[in-house]
Write a protein that binds this ligand. Sequence first.
Ligand SMILES: CC(=O)N[C@H]1[C@@H](OP(=O)(O)O)O[C@H](CO)[C@@H](O)[C@@H]1O
Ligand SMILES: [Mg+2]
Length: 561
Amino acid sequence: MKEEQHSLLLSSSSCFSPPEGVRLSYGTAGFRADAALLQSTVYRVGILAALRSLKMESSVIGIMITASHNKVTDNGVKIADPSGGMLSRDWEPFADALANAPTPQHLLQLITEFVEKESIPLDGVRPATILLGRDTRPSGESLLEAAKQGVSSILGVVAIDMGIVTTPQLHWMVRARNMGMKAYELDYFEQLSSSFRCLIDLIPSKGRMSEGDLKVVVDGANGVGGEKLELLKKMLDNLFVEVRNSGRDGVLNEGVGADFVQKEKVAPHGFGSQDIGLRCASLDGDADRLVYFCVPSSKGCSDIELVDGDKILSLFAIFIKEQLSTLSKERGENMGSNYQARLGVVQTAYANGASTDFLKKLELEVIFTPTGVKHLHEKAAEFDIGIYFEANGHGTILFSESFLCWLEARHKELSSVSTGSEQETAALRLLAASKLINQAVGDALSGLLLVEAILQHKGWSIRRWSELYQDLPSRQVKVKVVDRTAVVTANAETIVVRPPGIQEAINIETAKYPQGRSFIRPSGTEDVIRVYAEASTQEAADSLANSVAKLVDQFLGSGSF
Ligand SMILES: CC(=O)N[C@H]1[C@@H](OP(=O)(O)O)O[C@H](CO)[C@@H](O)[C@@H]1O
Ligand SMILES: [Mg+2]
């Protein structure tokens, strides 16, 4: 390492001491903690992003400062890799080590060793760019400064501040830049609105929906998503979006947002009996999650009918499958270029059992991974078209490059024979969907537009959609324990291998309930053990969740249960 680089790192890192007595770890979605603890972590992530970019031949890397659905006083930081996806998992141990290095000397030694091991060209002559983004949290501004300091302590690397953006916007920008495309916010909005328009124009019998049916009311979680949707909606035809909780009055994620709606199964603040029967949606604090809901007339006004990530996945799967089967219909003028695209879906153990049964009945390949989109995304990328969703509403559809190439060529062929044929239209729909749905990461805004386009295409109400299958009643609870890392899971988190004996005890409890299913896992974003239970009635699911939570307390001890 050059002397100049050496002293630059030593001097800048001396301004960012890590908090004492806290061990940070790059969890399910990057580092997350109380914002006051994160200055040095974010600075160090700045260094990591700069090194990652140099390693990746100066591809653009992103840094997003957000704690998503967590409380407003928390914050967090995560990295977007050149593809726009999550940081490659083999760099996570280095991220952990950097964040926890106690002194500038330790930090420097770690960097020196890592640079050598990974052969990173740290010669100060290669330019590289890091895009920075943050959500609306007040702590974001000073954390962004810390990230800038980290980035600029690696010679030749510069940071560009993209301002307040949704997490998926930042990921999209990183991906677009690396593909040589224009990558400002307006470009993002233009891609979304034009591909949405294209899908609407391809609806065979438009006008099946009344003006009222074209309305969706969106809870913005008092975060960045509501603000951005206010801008995007001006560019949309054939859809009326009303945004509530866009952050002017309420507190971020407090009684609002997709996580609250999905976990508590109640209407967010600002929604109630006046919304009976309307199609409503909720975003999370950084707009990478989306759930739908409606307020039914029969129940109390805070009760909702939830249409979660699993049902969004099911809707997408039905639509994509239909287009694929239209496309592969034999026709006289078939030019021998048919090809069986591999369509697959990816879920986690939190997926409602009824959704998995439904998807399997559609004869879809269903794969399970551990929680966290980094796992789901990786699996979905193995298909020609891979659809992944967490039950909480984070997900997207990935189209492989080779499939898109084939599809472009097939479309050309079809349009040269007969423009407007069923097959040609199906190809166009798939191409438009691949542009509308964010290819980098799950995105509530692009997901919302695809849901809306499909509902219009099918002429479905939210009710009709929700009735695809009936969710099994479920319950999630959290248990605080002394050390959550004591729980080790296997088989996509469906069984516990440590501490010994607890899985057997969970099995005994679960067997008492018809259609019972339950699992536990340590959260990667909060200091808790999560318990999930599902059973044939809500009372049974609640009771199973409580019994398993008691077991967690017995085996892992907290004194607070
Ligand atoms: C049960 C649940 O919703 N878990 C969430 C939550 O992770 P945990 O590791 O469970 O804290 O936050 C992650 C990041 O947003 C998200 O990917 C994941 O699905
Ligand atoms: Mg989020």
